[in-house]
Design a protein around this ligand. Structure first.
Ligand code: ADP
Length: 245
């Protein structure tokens, strides 16, 4: 396990470092200004990538060491709206249809920043693994005991044998690692959702698409205070699970 992890990390660093090295060499050799700018841009991209790998690794370590989640009554609709604004442009750039109807305001005890991050990771994957002309959607549904944030795509799908593995650190179905990505997005999302006493459900079929459900229990504030170090803060007292129109 540690061996695989180290070999993935080495690959994640070696490839961009080799590219930085080559492009720096070429940059020194050329006198063409346009070419210089192009090479500098490539170097910046690789530096950004290495930065992203390091940041995501640190985030995973932080989450695994138990972040003090700030669970307060937050409006889930607002979280989804924020993420949708961010993702809509990316989907549009790739000619993917993004379906999102602003849900009814719904308050739930959660850490706004981290929960938004988890939804964002799943939506970014949906955009990344869906071809132009495809469709992705984001919905919120409420059942008696749980709420479900659903991220659905008509993308490349995930073979059944890979579906559990993709939640592991740095694991990618594309073992040649030809697609961009660090391989920590799902690890982060899973850790965040589990810290909210929830789970991520996955249904997927190759060439049909994937559905990721973030399932959160509709817990009472009293039990969440005991089990999850909640800091309800100064927010106006709300009955948890209130639907507010
Ligand atoms: P990354 O996206 O950075 O590679 P993740 O941990 O988010 O890392 O995902 C791990 C792997 O799971 C991806 O590399 C991809 O192979 C697969 N995957 C995740 N989401 C999807 C999706 N919506 N459709 C198809 N494959 C997916």
């Amino acid at each position: 396990m540690l061996g695989t992890f180290i070999s993935h990390i080495s690959h994640d660093f070696r490839t961009p470092l080799t590219l930085i090295n080559t492009n720096t060499y070429l940059l020194r050799k050329t006198n063409d200004e346009a070419r210089k700018r192009e090479l500098a841009r490539k170097i910046e991209q690789q530096v950004d990538y290495v930065n992203r790998v390091v940041n995501e690794m640190l985030e995973v370590v932080t989450l695994e060491e138990q972040v003090d989640f700030n669970l307060t009554p937050i409006d889930i609709a607002e979280i989804l709206n924020n993420v949708s604004l961010f993702v809509a442009g990316l989907a549009d750039d790739k000619d993917i249809e993004f379906l999102f109807d602003e849900p009814t305001h719904f308050y739930h005890y959660a850490d706004a920043r981290w929960l938004e991050r988890a939804v964002r990771e799943l939506l970014l994957n949906a955009v990344q693994f869906t071809n132009p002309g495809g469709q992705i959607s984001l919905t919120l549904s409420l059942a008696e005991h749980e709420l479900v944030i659903r991220i659905q795509d008509t993308g490349i799908g995930i073979p059944p044998a890979e579906q559990e593995k993709i939640f592991q650190h740095l694991y990618r179905v594309d073992s040649a690692r030809t697609m961009p990505g660090v391989g920590l997005g799902l690890t982060l999302a899973k850790l965040i959702v589990e810290a909210h006493s929830g789970t991520i459900r996955l249904e997927s079929a190759p060439n049909v698409g994937s559905t990721f459900d973030i399932v959160l229990p509709r817990i009472s504030p009293a039990s969440s205070v005991e089990t999850e170090r909640v800091h309800p803060g100064d927010t106006a007292p709300l009955r948890l699970d209130d639907d507010i129109d």
